[in-house]
Write a protein that binds this ligand. Structure first.
Ligand SMILES: [Fe+2]
Length: 372
């Protein structure tokens, strides 16, 4: 049996709220993908406890091992011998051979990582479990300004419904801890980019895995440049100049006000110049009223965009190991946790990163001549 979770986590509102359901012996609801998968894995079980036992029994025989061949590019920089392992053709690279505590004092190494990150949109490092929470802050600082848990500090949710906000690290209020165990199923499944309801959403995010399930719980990423490229030509023409309304949830309220921001549908990446589709079903509620788009057309256009979300060709999956760290570019990817691992435990820590260049924080669109 795993050690009990830290009381700092189990005494939080999040944990207590979700424990009520466990105490009532209710399985996770099917309306959440996490619950749906639990019902797939343990059908016809009479109680939550029986469901937990049935699922754990299925995974009981799993042992860790290295079984597959991998392809990587050897790369030397400043005395480091790296192995760059692409996860999928357009997105995601696992960088082997670096210690993030030791090797980033050389600015050339940081520049290299940043360039690769912009190109691949998600970079993953294995075996970084020795980084303390303070070390994570130092790592984030190499790439930008460390933000509050939801980016800029003008809007910091204080809603009693914001359960995630309750899970804080005492000395590092900017860090968000995301726990999940047998009592508390918890995974941000659903495609989104972090806090796009902010006027100047965070540039990037960092996630490190402190505890990993033996199977499941991957984080999936979707290439928004691929999504834009894949939109039908007619849809591109129709939506290219539109803006969309991004609205936070009740849990993101500050002083009772739900945050709302209006952003371009087509977004120019401020560093690569590439066009990305900056619409996701997570926070986008529709197009700005000034466009006077009929409900019917709005529905049709949003559906065409939704159709691009999560296409296998645009996505990669990051499989977590204890000590794996991922850093992604919120301007060019969506992400979604795969809520398929309950009742196994997963414990993650997250930081957001803001662009040091404040001018580049506000999303904009500078038309380029696409050649469709
Ligand atoms: Fe997220």
């Amino acid at each position: 049996m795993a050690e009990p979770l830290d009381p700092n986590l189990t005494n939080t509102t999040l944990y207590k709220e979700r424990r009520k359901r466990a105490d009532a012996d209710k399985p996770p609801p099917r309306s959440n993908p996490l619950g749906a998968i639990a019902h797939v894995r343990a059908p016809k079980t009479k109680s939550r406890e029986a469901m937990v036992d049935a699922i754990l029994a299925q995974d009981n025989g799993l042992i860790p091992g290295l079984l597959t061949k991998s392809f990587y590019e050897p790369f030397s920089i400043e005395g480091l011998e790296l192995k760059l392992e692409p996860i999928q053709p357009s997105i995601g690279t696992i960088i082997h051979g670096i210690d993030l505590n030791r090797d980033l004092s050389n600015p050339k190494v940081v520049n290299f990582l940043r360039t690769l990150w912009l190109d691949r949109k998600v970079v993953v490092f294995r075996n970084q479990g020795h980084l303390s929470q303070e070390d994570l802050v130092a790592f984030a600082n190499y790439f930008g300004e460390v933000g509050a848990p939801f980016g800029e500090r003008e809007h910091v949710p204080n809603s009693p419904h914001d359960l995630n906000q309750q899970v804080k690290v005492p000395n590092i209020p900017d860090m968000l801890v995301i726990p999940s165990d047998e009592i508390v199923p918890n995974a941000a499944s659903g495609w989104h980019a972090d806090a796009t309801w902010q006027a100047r959403p965070p540039m990037g995010s960092i996630l490190i895995c402190r505890e990993a399930p033996p199977i499941g719980g991957d984080t999936c990423f979707c290439d928004c440049h691929g999504m834009w490229e894949g939109l039908p030509k007619e849809t591109k023409h129709k939506v290219e100049k539109l803006t969309a309304i991004h609205m936070g949830t009740i849990g993101h309220q500050m002083d009772g006000v739900t945050p709302v921001a209006t952003h371009p549908v087509a977004r120019t990446h401020p560093e690569t110049g590439k066009t990305t589709l900056y619409v996701q079903q997570g926070f986008v509620r529709g197009f700005a009223k000034e466009h006077q788009i009929s409900n019917e057309e709005e529905k049709e256009l949003l559906l065409a965009m939704k159709f691009q979300e999560g296409k296998p060709e645009y996505t990669c999956r990051v499989r977590w190991e204890v000590g794996s760290l991922a850093m992604w570019d919120n301007r060019s990817v969506l992400h979604s946790a795969s809520g398929d691992f309950w009742p196994h435990r997963r414990l993650m820590e997250r930081l957001t990163i803001l662009d040091r260049n404040v001018e580049r924080r506000t999303p904009y669109y500078k038309p380029s001549n696409y050649t469709d």
